[in-house]
Ligand binder design. Sequence first.
Ligand SMILES: [Zn+2]
Ligand SMILES: [Zn+2]
Length: 272
Amino acid sequence: MKMIFGKTQKQKFGTYEGAYSVVTDREIKDSQITLTDHEVEIVTRLFKGTIHVGNVKDSWGAAEKTFRLYPSGHQMHLNLVYPKPGKSELRLYLAAGKGFMPETGDVVFLFIKDAELWIGNMSEFNWRFQLSALTDDTDDNSYQDLINQNRQATVDVYNRKRRVALDAMAHARYRCEATSSHRLFVSKATGKNYLEAHHIIPVSLGSQFNVQLDVIENVVCLCPFCHRALHHAEPGIAVPILDRIVKRRPVFTTFGVTANDLYNFYALEKII
Ligand SMILES: [Zn+2]
Ligand SMILES: [Zn+2]
């Protein structure tokens, strides 16, 4: 698998390491996935020297390895072999009868939890919805109310501060930071252009960082369209908005993240 778990995936699946990739049509037709890169590392570390070398039908049961199916946790046995003596390829066999039968285009993921290997699949659509750190921010509306109405937020588990957002808006000169020409209206509460504050590194990932995330360096001010689109739009609309934020607001050195990490946090990465 080419993709390595980022902080969002680690947090969601409760693991320190995992990998994922999109299943190809060829793999589905052959009922087998050739594991690569990080997948191979994870699988070989867990099963050490016990993976069968040779044909899967050589000796009955020799190729079977125990996996746990996500999310049920059901234990199942899947065939895993090195088909060639040189161990150049590691092959995992799909098995509908055992409950593991992804469809073409699904995201297949593997991760280690409590010294066991978990495997699962979901549509790319569900992956992007469930694995976005933004999906966890259910208090966002009340946070925007706090900023723009100066009303005590009724609920905000992340305890975001109004002052930080207002400073960020002044810093942005009361313009949408994704596209400065975006049409805005004057807020009747502040007398300034109405903007929404958005944390570039999602505050729901706060426990994964040693530094405070509710700081001006991490707050970008967006017009309502860009902000809602970043949270709710499909990748065709959301990715260009994130592209512009990444370009204009380099949060990377301050918080120790890369541009790729950011796409991963939003589940807007290109999955291969
Ligand atoms: Zn936001
Ligand atoms: Zn905008």
